[in-house]
Design a protein. Structure first.
Length: 314
């Protein structure tokens, strides 16, 4: 263990300190921050429900707690431990489009507004456009290589496309700009072109937080778009009120996604253990839940990476 070697102590001493650190993290069940971020991550195979639950303060970006299971019944049991006053204090909760989170918030957080994470909204329509592109790639076999090679151009914001510089490009005999490649492929199908144009309109409205433009797009009929984007479009209509909160508040799941990246690093390096399984089970005699071990290590890393406050001279 690098920590043990660095400080010239035994592995068991390091494990004991980590366990003691977890025990010191006592939850205040009478308090919750006004703004929260909910998410999940893959912890260990032995965790129930395959995915573990994590939530943090959306303002301070500090982890509040980690649960072993993200299923609705487990989350209900967990948050019912908090007092009604604490849950009523919460104003905003940022989530992805995981339906049990929505049910949970409606039931236990009476004053909280649901904010759908902007990244997941963009990802939702990007996947729909990508599925449409693959379908047309199979239909237009003569141009299949073009559809496959230049897939990024379809997902790219139209404002960022190169419209000035001509370059020699693969699959085309003459120099082309990015906009020329795109127009060539879009002109092959009115359906694909209509799908792309709606994707770009939705993308622009989300990126610029243009609520008026977004609502106008949802209220307009789009008969030519692909079935794939039509499904995503209907999802946006279903969650329209939550997306309006996304476009009118500054909150995203960015802080908790950063925490999840640190968790992935912890899993990968496993603090010197060859196996992540050993990293968890090394505390089996002392703790009853694998999530407690994971939580203690994650919280320690968070404190170690927390920026130091600058002390100004008087």
């Amino acid at each position: 263990c690098d920590i043990a070697r660095r400080h010239q102590v035994s592995h068991s001493t390091v494990n004991r300190i980590i366990h003691r650190f977890y025990e010191s993290q006592t939850l205040n069940l009478n308090f919750l921050p006004e703004n929260l971020c909910f998410d999940e991550f893959k912890s260990v195979k032995s965790a129930e429900g395959h995915m573990s639950f994590i939530f943090c303060d959306a303002d301070t970006k500090q982890i509040i707690d980690i649960g072993e299971d993200r299923r609705l019944s487990s989350l209900q049991a967990y948050f019912k431990r908090y007092s009604k006053e604490a849950r009523s204090r919460v104003k905003h909760i940022v989530i992805d489009m995981y339906a049990p989170y929505i049910s949970l918030i409606k039931e236990l957080f009476p004053h909280a507004k649901i904010v759908l994470d902007k990244f997941h909204l963009v990802q939702h329509i990007s996947r729909a456009l990508n599925k449409t592109r693959i379908r047309f790639m199979k239909r237009f076999k003569k141009h299949a290589r073009k559809f496959k090679r230049y897939w990024r151009l379809f997902l790219k914001s139209h404002l960022l496309l190169n419209t000035t510089t001509y370059r020699s490009v693969y699959c085309f005999k003459q120099p082309m700009r990015e906009i020329d490649i795109l127009n060539f492929l879009l002109d092959l199908s009115p359906e694909f072109k209509a799908t792309y144009e709606l994707y770009q309109d939705l993308l622009f409205a989300l990126q610029t937080k243009n609520l008026e433009r977004f609502n106008h797009l949802l209220e307009t009929e789009h008969p030519l778009i692909s079935p794939e984007l039509q499904t995503a479009f209907q999802t946006f209509k279903t969650y329209q009120s939550y997306i309006q909160n996304t476009l009118t508040t500054p909150y995203t799941n960015g802080p908790i996604e950063g925490i999840n990246n640190k968790i992935k690093v912890i899993k990968r390096i496993a603090f010197g253990y060859r196996s992540f399984y050993h990293w968890v089970t090394c505390h089996a005699k002392h703790v009853s839940s694998t999530s407690r071990v994971i939580k203690s290590r994650i919280l320690m890393i968070q404190n170690l990476t927390k920026p130091k406050l600058k002390i100004l001279a008087a």
